[in-house]
Structure formats: C-alpha cells, structure tokens
Ligand binder design. Sequence first.
Ligand code: ASP
Length: 347
Amino acid sequence: MKKILLSCLIGTALLTSPLSLLAKPGVTLFATGGTIAGKASSAKEATEYKAGELSVGQLVAAVPALNEVATISGVQIANVPSGDIDQQILLALTKKITDTLQRADQSGVVVTHGTDTLEETAFFLDLTVKSPKPVVVVGAMRPATAISADGPMNLLQAVTLASSDSARDRGVLVAFNDRIASGFYVSKTNANVTDTFKATEPGYLGSFVKGQPWFYYSPAQPSDKPFFDVSQKTSLPKVTILYAHQEQDPALLEAAVNAGAQGIVIAAAGNAAVPVRANAAIEKIMAKGVPVVLSTRTGNGYTSMRTDGSRHGIGSGIYNPQKARILLMLALAETRDMDKIRGYFDH
Ligand code: ASP
C-alpha cells in the first residue's frame, strides 16, 4: 500500500514538475507563400500587392506571441501566390507533414497558404495525410503590410489549434477569421472579404473563444473520406476543369485530352447539366478510358447522374469542381478502372 502511494506521489510530482509545466508543444510551420506573406507599397493597400514576399522566419518573427503557445520550427516549402501551387509542391508537402507528425515532439503542423487555392491544398492533405494530430491550413486576405492585416491573428489561432489536444482526430482544419472549418468541405466564397472561407452546408466546426479553440462537436471525420497513400508517388495524372455554359463548345473536351488530360472535370450547370450535344463528346472520351466527372458550378449540392442514360460521365457527388479535380488526380494515380473511379464520387 505504501509502495503504491509512493509511486502515485512520484507520478504526480513528475507530471507537475517545473520541467513538464514549461514544456511547450512543438509545431512545425510549413510556409508556401500567399497574401499572408504578401507586401504592398502602402499600409492602405489591400488589393495591389505582391504575394509570397516574406519568409517563414519573418512570418514567425512578426507574431512573438506564437512562442508563448508553442516551440515553432519553420520550413519554407515555396513562396508563391497559390495559383502557382502545383502537384510537386503538394506531394512534397504531404510527405514532409507525414514525417513531421511521426515525431513525438510535434503536436501538429500549420501550413501558410494563399487563399485562392487554399481549399484544394487542404482537401489534398486531408486525403493523403494519415495522423490523429492536427494539420491546420491558414492564410490571410490582407497583405502583411496592411492596416488591420488579418494574417497575424489567423496565424496565432492556427498555431494554437495545432497545439491543442481538442483538435486531434478531426482531419485537416482551416483556421480563418476566428473560425475553424473542415479542410474537406471548406471553400473560398468571396474574392475580397476576410470572412471568405465557408462550408455552407456542413457549417463550421468551431470558433476561437478567449484565444482557444472551441469545438461545437466531438471529433468526427467526413463520411466516406477516402485515403490515398502517395508516399511513393513522384507525379500525379493531369486533370483539367472545363466550365459549362449556354453554347458550351464540346470540342474543348477533345482539346483537353489532346493537351494531355487523363481526366476531365466539368463545372456543369445545376445538377450535372451540360448541353445535350456535349454527351457524344463525353461518351467518346470515356470510351478512351478518360473519366469525365460532372460537378456543379452552383457552389453547393450533390451532383448525380440520371439512371435513364440520358446523360453521360460520372456525377461528382458532394465535390465542387476544384475538389473533384484533386480527387480525380488521386483516384487516377491509383486505378484506371472506371467503376472504381465512379465509386470515389458516387456514394
Ligand atoms: N493571390 C493570393 C494567393 O492565393 C490571394 C491570397 O492569398 O489571399 O496566393
């Protein structure tokens, strides 16, 4: 009995020793560029600026409070506007994040990113990183030099989130404008304003209260989220997006294949609608083994195909065109079986 008591006391002493009280969580910050690292010629300027100017070291140095929350390590993956993020950057990012999260001294990681294609990277990482630890993607709508720049607070909240046990087992998260969203569902919904990131149908997962993450629900993952192991991949198949509209030219489908596309996503009107005369082109391309996925340009909703065969292609399900493109790239890297590819979307 004495022995048990003694070991309990030693255990408590160890847990509350000054050393363990001082130990801060480790967080690695992967910087890729974007407006959060952008500079303008004046503090009033919020639209004319150059993205991807500040280094990861400068981003961290600008927010001293980060060091109160975590022990930060910085890795510069790229320094580009997010329109220039490509599959080589995505593959490097997912491999480095996976390695980092395997380290016992790391609680989570943060990726700083341009907002324009942030949702694509967040979605890609959600499908390719397997870890209970948080991966938080963050950016800013105003450059670092602007009055009321949103980057520093977004970054502090992202690091706080990546350090937090409550953020575990939730997949990739996006911290933006005081809110926490699922990287799987979130989308940029406005070209200019700071509350641009929304997941209209599923909603937010939480927000920040008194500087700490506050989740509305206990940990959950999106239904039917697939996982793709890309650890051995050095490239991914090319997938192109075409936009549907009145008088859409079906010849562009063939042109995309001639330009090397191994898969095509159409941002169709409504629920997978394209002009009837586009069906023949879709059928021809699908017969060549090139999947054509029909998403919706509406921004929301589930895209299904008609069972009467009056439409061709693969319905994208819940995925918007840019997320459907990422999923199709990953699916094609794994299989060319049309039914299996259909299964990733249509469930
Ligand atoms: N052009 C920027 C980018 O996506 C926009 C931003 O970061 O808000 O890199």
